[in-house]
Ligand binder design. Structure first.
Ligand SMILES: NC(=O)c1ccc[n+]([C@@H]2O[C@H](COP(=O)([O-])OP(=O)(O)OC[C@H]3O[C@@H](n4cnc5c(N)ncnc54)[C@H](O)[C@@H]3O)[C@@H](O)[C@H]2O)c1
Length: 417
């Protein structure tokens, strides 16, 4: 059985999440597993709660074989032959994390990645997407409320606080239920993307009692009175250049070789955009600099770019904003931006660690799934070669590096190292 520790997170002071809650640790200990916990003074569940669950507190994860974390472990913390599970952010060959990947290889270490844990249908089983969608939508509405206040337009949206100002989802739901967004300025929200993040953003619209309008109505220019939201997927904002029908698999295979963005046709019909799709350079951009300049009168007031691809599909996302400074305003004429909220361009929210604003709810959700994988991880037999491993298939497929070697599905990463 691998000696196991829950590591503390290092990213910044907002990173208060934990992969395993004290309750989950308690359950694992009762099943006969020993779990240690690295002491941490900012984690959302305090050290005493883990001690009460029966865990031993340790000052460092250096002596443990299996290290369970959330974000990338610090490069210099990886020990010889150690096994880590984390979001390593390496599978797109992200240059900023190649030293981390190289260290796993150099140290003969092993890396499981949460992002690559998928079921037999290819769907991810463990993620924070819903919480990014919820926090991202709330922060976007919070900024929209502040923006309306600048021009003295009354709306209950101005009551919405930034997500970390609430105790958690239950409090948010009960407060949002009291607001009436049909009074005052009409709030017209377009959510792009129907994945976990998009669905999380939709939940917030429902808590605010916004009626859902069919995207087809909006495409046809039938814009209802009052406040509402609508949801678009890739097929509503991209079209084949040759006029043939949109096919998702074809879109994923060919991207901007065969497809162009038709997003400009929707501009002017909504005033808040919440962007959630998966995007890479291979796909069309929806708001490039030129399009924003040409359509500057029709741009939304506020853009919540939860996908947060810098200079990506929405070129107004010049930087990732932060929980402390969540908003900047893009200047369509110059392509530049200025900090804060103003009416001389769309105000952008592009926080890239949104689930941290809901640390308790997000940790509980994540932990409830992860605790079922922990016994399999702890029973990993490192004396076996990769081909001979008898491991839970979802974990087996998620292995990026095994004992210092890229596994067959991830050999392509060699070219980025
Ligand atoms: N800002 C943050 O704090 C934060 C946190 C978590 C996730 N995210 C980001 O949010 C985005 C969406 O995450 P999600 O969990 O909803 O993803 P998801 O995989 O559930 O899908 C999102 C959407 O993208 C589409 N899509 C999925 N794979 C695609 C592909 N290969 N090509 C084209 N389209 C594809 C889906 O149809 C769906 O509409 C991701 O870019 C993710 O990195 C941001």
């Amino acid at each position: 059985m691998l000696k196991t520790v829950v590591r503390k997170e290092h990213k910044n002071q907002w990173e208060r999440r934990t992969p395993l809650t004290p309750d989950a640790v308690d359950q694992l200990i009762k099943q006969g597993f020993t779990i240690d916990v690295e002491a941490c003074d900012i984690r959302i569940f305090n050290d005493q709660a883990y001690q009460q669950a029966g865990a031993k507190l340790v000052p460092t994860p250096a002596e443990h074989k299996l290290v369970v974390g959330i974000k990338e472990p610090p490069v210099d913390s990886i020990q010889q032959d150690q096994v880590h599970i984390a979001f390593s952010h390496t599978i797109k060959g992200q240059s900023y994390n190649m030293p981390l990947l190289q260290t796993f290889i150099d140290k003969g270490a092993t890396l499981f990645d949460y992002e690559t844990i998928v079921n037999e249908r290819g769907a991810r089983t463990i993620a924070f997407g819903r919480f990014a969608g919820i926090a991202g939508a709330i922060d976007t509405f919070h900024i929209a409320g502040k923006k309306l206040q600048l021009i003295n337009k009354p709306s209950d949206i101005a009551n919405i606080k930034q997500t970390h100002g609430y105790d958690g989802i239950e409090q948010i739901k009960s407060e949002f239920g009291q607001y009436d967004l049909q009074k005052g300025e009409a709030i017209r929200v377009l959510i792009v993307g129907t994945g976990n993040v998009g669905k999380g953003a939709e939940e917030v619209c429902r808590w605010l009692k916004l009626p859902k309008v069919d995207i087809q109505s909006i495409e046809l220019g039938h814009i209802p009175e009052g406040s509402w939201y609508t949801v678009a997927s890739s097929r509503h904002i991209n079209a084949r250049k040759d006029g043939k029908d949109f096919e998702f698999d074809d879109f994923v295979a060919n991207g901007s070789i065969e497809y162009k963005s038709t997003f400009d046709q929707l501009l002017g019909r909504f005033n808040i955009l919440i962007q959630t799709p998966y995007w890479t350079e291979k796909y069309p951009k929806h708001l490039d600099r030129e399009r924003m300049k040409t359509n500057k009168e029709k741009l939304p007031w506020v853009i919540g770019d939860i996908s947060c691809d810098i200079n990506g599909s929405l070129e107004c996302t010049k930087i990732a904003s932060t929980i402390d400074e969540p908003a900047f305003t893009y200047q369509p004429e110059t392509g530049d931006y200025k900090n804060g909220i103003s009416w001389d361009g769309p105000t952008v929210m592009s926080i890239d660690n949104l689930p941290c604003e809901l640390s308790a709810d997000a940790s509980e959700h994540f932990s409830a799934i992860l605790k079922n994988y922990i016994p399999h991880l702890m029973q990993l037999d490192l004396s076996l070669e990769f081909d001979d491993l008898e491991l839970h298939p979802e974990l087996y497929r998620s292995l990026i590096v095994y004992k210092g070697k890229l596994t067959p599905n991830y050999k392509y990463l060699k070219k980025y190292l």
